[in-house]
Design a protein around this ligand. Sequence first.
Ligand code: SF4
Length: 104
Amino acid sequence: MQQEAPTSGAGEAEASLEVWIDQDLCTGDGICVQYAPEVFELDIDGLAYVKSAEDELLQDPGATTPVPLTLLQDVVDSAKECPGDCIHVRRVSDRVEVYGPDAE
Ligand code: SF4
């Protein structure tokens, strides 16, 4: 079962997280972009990609970007609603997926 994202307090202490998209499974519906346009963007190929902190599209396969704590809930909601099940949120420290299709 997936965990709920922390909303405040203890959540501040959560380890750094990063997110990546498996474009092979992306349907291009843009739900993630609606939830977190600061983190996700649709490219002209119709697929979603993560963006760097400098707003640069990261198109290398498996490219990750840090998840700002202020956007964690939006990113987690994106992963939950993603029809392609292709948004992966993992801990930076040990690369264990905490939200997404491979989360325990
Ligand atoms: S929500 Fe998932 S399937 Fe839809 S555009 Fe974003 S990554 Fe692709």
